[in-house]
Write a protein that binds this ligand. Structure first.
Ligand SMILES: [Zn+2]
Length: 293
């Protein structure tokens, strides 16, 4: 039984879709009210939202490892904020956390369309995702497996995921993707209501997902500066297969650098926030996963 749901926005202060959806729902709480559970909304990184920046000192959405949450020596703005949020929505890893499900709203400058990023293995989370895929056939699911320890906001609760939509520049609202994100959240709340009421939900037996394989960094010089950009033929090609020798980067001198490796799918192609993280895109394998009934 899901009793408490949190919808969080502005975990990254320059991703306005989540910020303004939360503001909308704080003014009109009826829109997210369902009978069988309670839903709260939260604007996350208040200072970064004010400054329309991703974060102040460190990425809040990488600040929720159990180690960091219990480390009193960490005292950056986001490290302290993560501990406050963990008390409000968690605590993470405890038997009775305050939230049963967290949906964290993000946008990306990459052409990711309407996506879910999930790192949760809980069957209820996956049934929710299957329901959303049924209701929104263009929805894509990326299973993130790049961390040893889960550090995302949604890892505080037993269930949850992030919604990522794009392409949206940082600090910008786009009505089409705002509406799609909003609709996806309503579908999620409807699913939880049906699940709580033990309604018979017709779900697919399996869903198609993109499983994280690896990160691809930019070509760099000895000082670490990038010396090439994403090739024009790869730009906007999210959820698209890349094969041996396909153009990958274009050097500043105009030389094409080809891809070498297994045939995989490119995601988060040229995401602005990842320049500093040291990757130009992620590679994923398309597969079908069956659902635990
Ligand atoms: Zn984000």
């Amino acid at each position: 039984m899901i009793k408490n749901v949190a919808i969080t926005g502005g975990t990254h202060g320059n991703e306005l879709t989540g910020v303004y959806l939360v503001k909308k729902w704080q003014k009109n709480p009826k829109l997210i009210k369902r009978n069988s559970f309670k839903t709260i909304t939260k604007l996350m990184n208040i200072q970064a939202i004010k400054e329309i920046r991703r974060y102040i000192d460190q990425d809040l959405n990488r600040s929720f490892s159990l180690n960091d949450l219990s480390n009193d020596k960490l005292d950056t703005y986001e490290a302290k904020l993560a501990k406050e949020i963990n008390i409000l929505l968690g605590k993470k890893g405890t038997p009775n956390p305050n939230m049963d499900f967290i949906v964290d709203l993000h946008t990306t400058t990459a052409n990711m369309g309407l996506s879910i990023v999930v790192s949760n293995e809980n069957p209820t989370t996956w049934r929710a995702i299957a329901y959303l895929c049924k209701m929104e056939p263009k929805l894509k699911v990326y299973r993130w497996r790049g961390d040893i320890e889960k550090t995302f906001v949604d890892s505080i609760a037993p269930n949850g995921f992030a919604i990522e939509v794009g392409a949206i520049p940082q600090g910008v609202l786009r009505a089409d993707l705002f509406l799609q994100t909003e609709m996806l959240v309503y579908h999620l709340l409807d699913f939880i209501e049906k699940e709580n009421k033990k309604e018979d939900i017709d779900l697919p037996n399996e869903i198609e997902i993109y499983d994280h394989e690896k990160l691809v960094d930019y070509p760099r010089d000895r000082s670490g500066d990038i010396v090439a950009m994403v090739h024009q033929d790869r730009q906007d090609k999210d959820y698209t297969l890349i094969k041996e020798n396909d153009p990958l980067f274009l050097s500043l001198d105009g030389e094409t650098i080809g891809y070498s490796g297994e045939h995989l799918y490119t995601l988060f192609v040229n995401e602005s926030a990842y320049y500093e993280k040291g990757f130009a895109m992620t590679l994923a394998r398309k597969r079908r996963v069956s659902l635990v009934k």
